[in-house]
Design a protein around this ligand. Structure first.
Ligand code: 5GP
Ligand code: ZN
Length: 112
């Protein structure tokens, strides 16, 4: 996708602090962290949001990788939150599917 911010990060046209990369997934630190650890886990293939995904492998891989990264970041014992903002009411601001991994502090509920 030509004008997609996260596709540009995948292609290296925009710098990011990468924490994990393989053939199908990239994870990098959020530029405006909302918790001591705030990582975005994204598929290298472009999907506007979760609404465009029909292949369960895409979502399964993202969630499993997010959990592996959380473990690598030392979050397993205390826990963490995985978030997938979707569309306008969901608060999505970048239209490339992503999972937020948030940890390092106690999360509140309900979310804002
Ligand atoms: P959304 O609001 O769509 O769920 O999440 C988009 C996230 O991308 C936000 O948390 C925002 O801080 C992050 N973000 C936006 N632009 C950049 C950028 O250029 N680099 C990085 N690392 N994160 C970004
Ligand atoms: Zn994209």
């Amino acid at each position: 996708m030509e004008n997609c911010l996260f596709c540009k990060i995948i292609q290296g046209q925009i710098p990011s602090t990468k924490v994990y990369e393989d053939e199908s997934v990239l994870a990098f630190r959020d530029i405006a962290p909302q918790a001591p650890i705030h990582i975005l886990v994204i598929p290298k293939s472009h999907y506007d949001s979760v609404r465009q995904v029909s292949n369960p492998d895409v979502l399964g891989t993202l969630m499993i990788k997010a959990a592996e990264i959380a473990q690598a970041e030392g979050l397993d014992s205390k826990g963490y939150r995985l978030v997938c903002n979707t569309g306008q009411d969901g608060g999505q601001t970048v239209d490339h599917l992503h999972i937020h991994l948030l940890g390092g502090r106690v999360m509140t509920w309900p979310p804002g």
